[in-house]
Design a protein. Structure first.
Length: 303
């Protein structure tokens, strides 16, 4: 049932985008008149006794059709991969993806859809924080991406132990994860906000590194508590609230007594995690960066 809802919600905007349904496109330019009042691109009057159609007319029509199609695609797609959706479609996508994410928290595609369709209030707030911070503003202007193609893995692996770059690569290798698995934004109807949520996804593993949390369920729940306080994204709040149902009684006790209080205090005390240009901090010691951001040292418990 959930999958049917998701398919129905996605199928309609795809059909609209492909069929050229009316949108807020600029009106077509007025026709250019040639001498004699004839439209540019149309065939000129033929002398009496001659018959046929100008060979330039089909070519002109074909070119105009291509131009119109490209204009419609620009109106519908705000960035590569963008899928426009109505409020009702977003609600259906949010409900379906939330149900699937609760059933299987490792369905990262569903978690991504949930974050995009419910972040309409949190994302502008995060963007404003970045705009009003020198480092965050520079990130918005330069749009850096954290991907294997942009990382010098061998250089980072050769950095001293304890540095951000070395510990980040160690985290990726130990947990067998990759920054390339982060889904691209699709359902955010603003190009800049789409980058904000993309940046949040790509620094998620950086949060694991700074917080010292693995990628098991307990570690993910702790990171979600920190991110929920930091970002206000409903997806993070949902993960923090319902993620613990997958934990054992012993881990629940550790979570409630040690880890959640620490994550909440750190989230409230820390500056915005999106205002750090991590790519330019690889040599900085993790402890130094924690202190700069305002993250308290992790509790001495086994996660």
């Amino acid at each position: 049932m959930v999958l049917l809802l998701l398919r129905a919600a996605v199928r309609t905007p795809l059909l609209r985008a492909g069929s050229g349904a009316p949108g807020k496109c600029p009106p077509p330019p007025p026709p250019v008149l040639c001498p004699g009042g004839v439209r540019a691109g149309s065939s000129l009057p033929l002398p009496a006794g001659s018959a046929g159609v100008s060979r330039s007319e089909p070519r002109a029509r074909h070119g105009h059709g291509q131009q119109q199609q490209q204009q419609q695609e620009r109106c519908y797609r705000l960035y590569p991969g963008h899928i426009p959706t109505s409020p009702l479609q977003k609600a259906l996508l949010a409900a379906g993806s939330a149900a699937m994410a609760l059933y299987d928290p490792y369905r990262h595609d569903m978690v991504a859809v949930l974050g995009e369709t419910t972040g309409c209030l949190a994302l502008p707030n995060l963007r404003d924080k970045m705009r009003h911070h020198p480092e965050g503003y520079r990130i918005l202007q330069e749009r850096p991406r954290i991907r294997l193609s942009t990382l010098d893995v061998s250089r980072l692996r050769g950095l001293p132990d304890g540095s951000l770059g070395r510990e980040y690569i160690r985290f990726l290798e130990d947990n067998k994860v990759s920054p390339d698995t982060r889904m691209p934004a699709k359902f955010v109807d603003d190009e800049e906000l789409a980058y904000v949520i993309q940046r949040y996804r790509e620094v998620h593993d950086m949060m694991h590194t700074l917080l010292g949390m693995p990628t098991n369920m307990l570690g993910e729940v702790v990171v979600k508590w920190f991110e929920a306080i930091q970002t206000g994204l409903p997806m993070c709040v949902l993960g923090a609230a319902f993620g613990p149902i997958h934990l054992s009684a012993r881990k629940l006790q550790v979570l409630a007594t040690e880890l959640v209080p620490w994550a909440i205090r750190s989230g409230r005390n820390a500056s915005c995690i999106l205002n750090v240009y991590y790519e330019q901090r690889w040599e900085q010691p993790v402890e130094s960066l924690r202190e700069e951001i305002g993250i308290f040292p992790p509790p001495a418990v086994r996660v």
